[in-house]
Write a protein that binds this ligand. Sequence first.
Ligand SMILES: O=P(O)(O)OC[C@H]1O[C@](O)(CO)[C@@H](O)[C@@H]1O
Length: 508
Amino acid sequence: MPAAHRFEQLGAQAARLAEVDLKSMLQADPARAGDFAVRAGPLYASFARQGYDRAALDILFDQLAAVDGPGRLRALFAGETVNPTEARPALHTALRGDLTHETVARDAHAQAQATRSRMRGLIAALAASDVTDIVSVGIGGSDLGPRLAVDALSAPTPDRFRVHFLSNVDGAAAQRTLAGLDPARTAVLLISKSFGTQETLLNGAILRQWLGDDERLYAITANAERAASTFAIAPDRILPMWDWVGGRYSLWSAVGLPIALAIGADRFDELLAGAAEMDAHVLDAAPRDNLAAWHALTAIWNTNARGLATQAVMPYDERLKLLPNYLQQLVMESLGKSVKLDGSPVGVQTVPVWWGGVGTDSQHSFFQALHQGTQIVPVDFIGVARGDDPYRENHAALLSNLLGQAEALANGQASADPHRAYPGNRPSTMILLDSLTPRSLGALLALYEHSVYLQALVWGINPFDQFGVELGKQVANRLLPAVHGEAVADDVVTRALLAELVKLKPAK
Ligand SMILES: O=P(O)(O)OC[C@H]1O[C@](O)(CO)[C@@H](O)[C@@H]1O
């Protein structure tokens, strides 16, 4: 059946269910609570509060079968060219496990292992030195994953190194990062797959000058030549990346060095093991028992059957507050496409806008709109069963808020006063972690990676390129002389704005 018909079938299911709310679906079929849930390693996820029923789910799972989900997952792990627009495999799974006997994947895994042993040597050398602080310079995929994992997994007081991150090209970011740091006790990691990223090159130059000593400057890159030529970094201080790892899938590689420095190499290995455990689950579990399949098909349901334009993610754990930022890149850079692999239009909506914030803070900012606004926003709630802080009553309150918000959004509450009525019927997925450990975080992030891949399969798009970010960079580069006042911009609006910037700039 052509893809367009499959999406029409989904639309018909949504139309059939339009007048049925979650509360009555659960009343009619209470077994949903147990049946619409999947456990995988340290994670448990409930989809019982999504607006599909069993018949609609059948159609959704047919979608995955029609694009050979299981077969295409095997192709991903085996190192087939799943990124055809750049003629590459995407072997992030080989960075953390050895799940295929195919030569390409095995070679990739061996290279990753060799690099991990170099990382261990480097960490040991830094631990034996006077270095107390690490500044990790990188942006996008060379920043968001390490930043999230360091924030999520670091002890309340640093074990050995204080790890800082610098990404924005705004000089204020460099100024703030460096304030209070001692160059003699700081090591700098320049992380850039391409070593051609403006932000990282400019900030790298600032850091190199500030350090005043090349001995504590390291690079993680797939372009060792450029690192050596622009920053004179010696080969023993350059760790490799490879073109078969996408930037936003790279925290498992040497890009994760800030993580290993912050939490130790053993715990970094546990993060990889947690991801590998999820990989094995996703590869082996039948579609109906497969967490990534459920998650991906839920996204397809909300986007294509229900036409919902945004998706929120709400971690109820302070340590996961950077998860929404990380997922914005993973999901939106991967799935923000409008053409299929053959260049033809997708013809249906692809990625919604991903956004979110930490619970309970977000309840006091935008939850009003989730409960009573006109836009329906599906939510991924993320909770952690065991808290690790000593404040037990706070953790109980946190969990009751997590459960309470999801229940209130789903069930609503009638009132004679329309201002005080809660419509309910607002969908959410609940993802629970046993505790926040390297293992569970690894599993959670790998789950999202695989969900993204499966969504891409259903839409027929390439989740591994990101040409959309290039044009803005090119225009910005062209405009640099005009910002310096050395050229005139071609575009009439940009020209007017540049003139205003000159007028607005206060004289010193
Ligand atoms: O690691 P690099 O090459 O500096 O690139 C940084 C980021 O820039 C992008 O290419 C575009 O934002 C991302 O995909 C990538 O993670």
